[in-house]
Design a protein around this ligand. Sequence first.
Ligand code: ADP
Ligand code: MG
Length: 254
Amino acid sequence: MTNLQPTYLLELEHVTKRFGEHLVVDDLSMQVANGEIVALLGRTGAGKSTVMSLLMGAISCDSGSVRVAGFDPSRDHDTLRGKMAVSFQTDRLLPWRTARENVELGMLILKRPKKEARAKAVEWLARVKLVDADDKYVHELSGGMRQRVSLARALAVDPELVLLDESFSQLDHATSKVLRRDFSQVVREFRKTCVFVTHRIEDAMDIADRVYVLVEPAKICLELKITPEDRLDESRKQVIYDQIADAIGGNDEA
Ligand SMILES: Nc1ncnc2c1ncn2[C@@H]1O[C@H](COP(=O)(O)OP(=O)(O)O)[C@@H](O)[C@H]1O
Ligand SMILES: [Mg+2]
């Protein structure tokens, strides 16, 4: 019997994208299985955000194919509605809404009942460990708290795929580390699939099951797995760190 289920939740095959004459994605192929957390790591200008836009269907590729759950995100908007959620470096929260109201918004847009949206918003804010701040407005929240709200908003719609673009990298290292830990715990607990973009090696080291290192123009120069055992072993971590730093051509703060 033929298995009609796609093997991968997300699949890019020989994807090319130009902006005018400028080649930004060059023959990129990658796959992400259900439940995986995958990092796209590379320097500024490598083309990471462009790959995200392709995954979201905000832009379409010039050649090759992009599939999410077997569908083309640039065409099958209706089918994929609510199946993908995104969160960005800048939190994109609405200042005139409270933390809870911002989380509700994603669900209200998807026409979920108001009562359900409220209950889920409260639930997810607790899961991403935002404490005593549901009724605070955006200006009353720190950067880390805002990112928690943004992540709760993404997760609360119960998407199959969560896309993050530099969600941790605007924060100071300590805040970022705690947020990464809390986020990856909740993503694993709820078996979400996540693709996240970062230019910081430690983001990837901390939470990714697999890392694609991209160099301009969005070409994979290294792909590697990171296991929980790797994370517990300082010398193994260092070897992986050095391997990635080598591939992107220097450390991650450059
Ligand atoms: N809409 C666009 N029009 C023209 N050039 C773009 C556009 N979006 C991105 N680029 C260019 O594509 C390259 C990759 O950008 P981007 O995907 O944002 O990289 P990254 O997220 O890795 O920093 C950059 O040179 C950028 O200037
Ligand atoms: Mg970017």
